[in-house]
Design a protein around this ligand. Structure first.
Ligand code: FES
Length: 117
């Protein structure tokens, strides 16, 4: 993702202890659901809507830095949303910050908001 932190609105998503190790949970943020994952002590955020047929990626299985969709096992890299079977395609991913046990997701500002800065 190429945004700088000033291009983002940091929105509270969850407490860290609401996300079990090596699992995901989905949270409504703005007008979409965003899946937050824990893997090896780090947190990642992807669009929860699988681009294949819309399953919730937060219910998928985490393995080797990827989440496998619970319906048909398409795998997406946690770090940047790359679909592992065709690396030219990505699902949306978001920057994450953890502050005092709170997880914040960086939502890109609209282009109109960005121009006003
Ligand atoms: S709905 Fe996700 S792989 Fe089919």
């Amino acid at each position: 993702m190429s945004e700088t932190t000033s291009d983002l609105d940091w929105v509270f998503a969850s407490k860290t202890d609401a996300i079990p190790k090596n699992e995901g949970r989905a949270f409504p943020i703005g007008d979409r659901m965003i899946a937050i994952f824990e893997s090896e002590g780090k947190y990642y955020a992807l669009d929860d809507f699988c681009p294949h047929q819309g399953a919730s990626l937060s219910a998928g299985w985490i393995h080797d830095g990827c989440v496998a969709c619970p319906w048909h096992a398409w795998r997406f890299a946690l770090s940047d949303g790359t679909w592992m079977d065709n690396r030219k395609i990505k699902t949306d991913h978001f920057q994450v910050q953890v502050r005092d046990g709170d997880i914040y997701v960086g939502i890109p500002k609209t282009s109109a908001e960005a121009r006003a800065l």
